[in-house]
Ligand binder design. Structure first.
Ligand code: NAP
Length: 273
């Protein structure tokens, strides 16, 4: 598995998302097995959030990593409405308990809310001093938010990024690259929807004898500074996603995708799901 540096650690360029996991008790065994297979395949960065299944995803991850905590880089996120001086440590304790660990590797503010950023950052820094988190970062921040944050200690910004949503290439992505702040691409396979049926992605996939989802992942990773966190409960999807780290797209492939999904030529509002 190809790696890159995130928060002072080498992590795989492709990890595992967990949104909509841990919600259905009937799917639990299958989801735990999927996360464990992903770890074995090298997708050892796991992204969750207190929001996902209202703690259900974190509890699922906790079960999946029992006995293998040292093999995993854990990311979780605090709700904006818990992002106060008093709320952050309480939310973090709950997440730690559900995850069954003493430390979260990277703790993110899920999106901007009403609490002043300085207050959230102060709470994050305290958790770092206490060893409850290793590093912190943000999610769904546009460039003006990052300017306002003005924090070199911010380890990442996790945002929507795939060919259908590439507005960040105009300003946010280059800015993060210039500063060496890795970008975590969420929904990198477009939630398994329309994107994977686009003729351009299908054509590129046929050229390389891969699948459109693998093309989407290779596309997100094509210039470095980006890691992708596809969610997959289907074992075949996990195998394909892990293999996508080896796929390198050609200039012709990229031109075809550009023709289908043109790069931005002006500022666009940050897209979110
Ligand atoms: N910070 C934020 O605000 C935010 C927002 C959204 C998402 N996220 C994070 O990013 C992760 C990824 O986003 P997402 O889950 O919304 O969307 P996604 O990863 O783009 O898509 C997930 C869907 O694609 C399918 N899939 C996965 N790999 C595939 C493959 N190789 N071929 C075909 N289909 C494939 C999955 O099916 P199966 O499950 O059946 O395998 C699932 O239905 C989330 O799980 C979450 O951790 C963060």
């Amino acid at each position: 598995m190809r790696t890159m540096e995130l928060a002072g650690t080498q992590v795989p360029v492709i990890g595992q998302g967990t949104w909509r996991m841990g919600e259905d008790p009937g799917a639990r065994k299958r989801e735990v097995a999927a996360l464990q297979l992903g770890i074995e395949l090298g997708l050892s960065l796991i992204d969750c959030a207190e929001m996902y299944g209202e703690g259900g995803a974190e509890a699922l991850v906790g079960e999946a990593i029992r006995g293998r905590r040292d093999q995993v880089f854990l990311v979780s996120k605090v709700y904006p409405y818990n992002a106060s001086r008093a709320g952050v440590p309480q939310a973090c304790e709950r997440s730690l308990r559900r995850l069954g660990t003493e430390q979260i590797d990277l703790y993110l503010l899920h999106w901007r809310g009403a609490y002043p950023l300085a207050e959230t950052v102060e709470a994050f820094e305290r958790l770092r001093e206490q060893g409850k988190i290793r590093r912190w970062g943000v999610s769904n921040f546009d460039l003006d938010d990052l300017h306002e944050l003005g924090e070199p200690a911010c380890a990442t910004n996790q945002v929507l990024y795939n060919p259908e949503a590439r507005g960040i290439e105009y300003d946010l992505l280059p800015w993060q690259r210039d500063r060496g702040m890795p970008l975590m691409a969420y929904c990198p396979v477009g939630q398994g929807g329309r994107l994977l049926h686009h003729p351009a992605l299908i054509e590129v996939a046929l050229r390389h004898r891969v699948t459109p989802a693998q093309v989407a992942l290779a596309w997100a990773l094509r210039e470095g500074g980006v890691l992708a966190i596809p969610k997959a409960a289907e074992p075949m999807h996990l195998r394909l996603n892990a293999a996508a780290a080896r796929l390198i797209l050609t200039a012709e492939d990229l031109a075809l995708i550009d023709a289908a999904y043109p790069p931005p030529d002006a500022k666009q509002a940050l897209e979110m799901v």
